[in-house]
Design a protein around this ligand. Structure first.
Ligand code: C5P
Length: 244
């Protein structure tokens, strides 16, 4: 949405919910204003692949955020199963381990070759932005969230993933560790004028852009706004101001 000296910051709008008609209406309102529509588990569980295909018919790239996490064979099968929906981006939990990540990467490439199209960009979900250090400690993870994100990102990159999903606080360290080409997708974005809701590790669009994020996932600050198109325009202006 905004052009910077070295990279364009793109806005992925999270269309969460299960009401297909409401989501389609919102998507039509925002078409051309956001770069990608992110569809999640709520819609997929309620509407299935047909619901995703209905959004795909709007001709905007789709980010299928199903956060796969299972044994390698099952995740590879799930990646193959969603390939006909032609998602531009697909997520899987990096905590699923190196073998699971490699199996997903292999399945995505094979299926894309079979269907004669580009494979989806695979993103490893690191630590959910709704979790903080105390939540990790409660799960028996001794590392701080910031360190766990870097560890999981390294795993995802080594397995051939195209990028990661991480909180705003880890952007700068990820950029340093993973290099300029690795895609850093950042949810937990809250403009100063929006409520943080259940997100714990949040930042503003401008700060995320300054830290080196490529792709901002923004849901409720847009979708729950009284005027979603106006909220999107306000975010775009903030991004433009941040990185000139
Ligand atoms: O409404 P909000 O802006 O909080 O939406 C954020 C979106 O990003 C949701 O769809 C959520 O599932 C997703 N997400 C996240 N944290 C992650 C990965 C994905 O919030 N680590």
């Amino acid at each position: 949405m905004t052009q910077t000296s070295d990279r364009r910051v793109r806005v992925f709008c999270a269309l969460d919910g299960r009401d297909l008609e409401a989501i389609l209406a919102l998507a039509r309102t925002l078409a051309g204003q956001v770069d990608v529509f992110k569809l999640g588990l709520e819609l997929f569980c309620a509407q299935g692949p047909d619901g995703v295909a209905a959004l795909g018919a709007l001709d905007a790239p789709l980010f299928l955020d199903l956060k796969f996490h299972d044994i390698p064979n099952t995740v590879a099968g799930a990646v193959r199963s969603v390939a006909p929906l032609a998602p531009a981006y697909l997520t899987l939990h990096a905590a699923g381990g190196a073998a699971m990540l490699r199996a997903a990467v292999g399945a995505a490439r094979e299926e894309a070759a079979r269907l004669d199209r580009s494979p989806p960009r695979l993103l490893g979900v690191t630590v959910l932005t709704s979790l903080d250090d105390a939540d990790l400690a409660a799960q028996g993870v001794a590392a701080r969230a910031a360190d766990q994100v870097l560890r999981l990102a390294g795993l995802a990159q080594a397995a051939g993933c195209d990028g990661v999903v991480a909180s705003p606080r880890e952007i700068a360290a990820l950029r340093r560790e993973c290099g300029p080409e690795f895609e850093i997708v950042v949810p937990g974005i809250r403009p100063a004028w929006a409520a943080s809701q259940d997100q714990k590790r949040v930042t503003t669009p401008a700060e995320a852009a300054r830290d080196g994020a490529d792709l901002l996932v923004i849901g409720r600050p847009i979708t729950a706004a009284q005027d979603p198109a106006a909220a999107t325009a306000r975010i775009a202006a903030e991004l433009a101001g941040a990185r000139g």
